[in-house]
Design a protein around this ligand. Sequence first.
Ligand SMILES: *[C@@H]1O[C@H](CO)[C@@H](O)[C@H](O)[C@H]1NC(C)=O
Ligand SMILES: *[C@@H]1O[C@H](CO)[C@@H](O)[C@H](O)[C@H]1NC(C)=O
Ligand SMILES: *[C@@H]1O[C@H](CO)[C@@H](O)[C@H](O)[C@H]1NC(C)=O
Ligand SMILES: *[C@@H]1O[C@H](CO)[C@@H](O)[C@H](O)[C@H]1NC(C)=O
Ligand SMILES: *[C@@H]1O[C@H](CO)[C@@H](O)[C@H](O)[C@H]1NC(C)=O
Length: 397
Amino acid sequence: KKTVYKSVCLSLALLVAVTVFQRSLTPSQFLQAPPPPTLEPQKAQKPSGRLVNPNSFWRNPKDAVAPTPVASRGPQTWDVNATNCSANINLTHQPWFQGLEPHFRQFLSYRHCRYFPMLLNHPEKCHGDVYLLVVVKSVITQHDRREAIRQTWGREQGVAGPGRGAVRTLFLLGTASKQEERAHYQQLLTYEDRLYGDILQWDFLDSFFNLTLKEIHFLKWFDIYCPQAHFIFKGDDDVFVSPTNLLEFLADRQPQEDLLVGDVLQHARPIRKKDNKYYIPGALYGKASYPPYAGGGGFLMTGRLARRLRHACDTLELYPIDDVFLGMCLEVLGVQPTAHEGFKTFGISRNRNSRMNKEPCFFRSMLVVHKVLPAELLAMWGLVHGNLTCARRLQVL
Ligand SMILES: *[C@@H]1O[C@H](CO)[C@@H](O)[C@H](O)[C@H]1NC(C)=O
Ligand SMILES: *[C@@H]1O[C@H](CO)[C@@H](O)[C@H](O)[C@H]1NC(C)=O
Ligand SMILES: *[C@@H]1O[C@H](CO)[C@@H](O)[C@H](O)[C@H]1NC(C)=O
Ligand SMILES: *[C@@H]1O[C@H](CO)[C@@H](O)[C@H](O)[C@H]1NC(C)=O
Ligand SMILES: *[C@@H]1O[C@H](CO)[C@@H](O)[C@H](O)[C@H]1NC(C)=O
């Protein structure tokens, strides 16, 4: 440890010496020079002169580049500790409402209930310098998927590369959607969380339509507990992800950008066929097409955009499809999601039986591939990271 400290000091001393030499300044002139222009505007606003005091300069060499501490940004805790939200009975007498399918009636009755208490929380996950926060939408019963992810693409890294912070992983859960599952699975989940300490759980039912709740709860959580993280990867628990390719892609991105990148759909139309999972009645969404949005299977965004999205989403009524809802929030901000070839949230080939969907060389060149179950994920991970010879590196990055 001492040697590391010494070499850090030595290289800093060298840096100062070289700079002083290049600028032909005397050391005292150097110390009084204004902060270098590379500092962000936010930091520039702080009383300048961090470099003026030689003591603080040497004692805290990291301070000058550390992210701005999060000050005066409201409560630093989850401020909802009771669920007191009853069904909206105003709707029940309206004919259009009575004509809807039961799950839409349930969605609409509780649409105004936006925030629920936390059952499992891990603020400590975001201590320190977090470069990439990986969050995975999961449900209480899918323990095997979480296990496979922990062994593969969800594995945490102390550093994401030279000069970059850590990669941390969290799973986002609600409560069991079936009454009979609740007691047993909740106990198992608590145990799992004690082992791994990587579960965020909120007190709402984990149903398909409540995925939008998961979205806004995560954005709020992020803004409170993790606002300094540079980037976020958010995805499903049945995808294949290449962290190496994600980090390579991020290498020339700035956390200050308003960036959301994924498998982007333009002019997607609401589905009006009743037997489809994504069916939306005209009473719920009247327009002919959705704003551009990224498939929820997996996308990347900057921490800055996530924090802005939290407030944008708070201005909208909840929409039952989570990725479309996020597209609506982006529209409020006037931010266009960026499409990228390496995000295949509908599989590599839309033809399920295509051999390409099982081809390791394709997986190696992608960032995200849907839909991969635990056994396939483990097998594919082994192939991609094993002794694999591909004809050429596919140029998608
Ligand atoms: C939240 O909990 C605190 C203390 O545990 C209590 O004083 C407060 O009234 C609670 N708030 C709500 C909205 O229930
Ligand atoms: C929940 O809210 C209702 C009306 O808003 C109120 O009458 C009731 O006392 C509340 N219950 C709790 C447990 O806070
Ligand atoms: C129901 O209607 C009343 C009166 O219009 C309104 O004050 C209340 O907020 C409505 N409830 C909900 C949950 O929207
Ligand atoms: C979402 O979760 C809340 C709280 O558990 C529940 O009351 C509501 O019915 C759920 N909504 C749907 C559509 O499942
Ligand atoms: C790795 O691949 C090379 C070339 O295809 C082969 O000769 C070698 O035996 C393989 N090694 C292992 C451990 O499979």
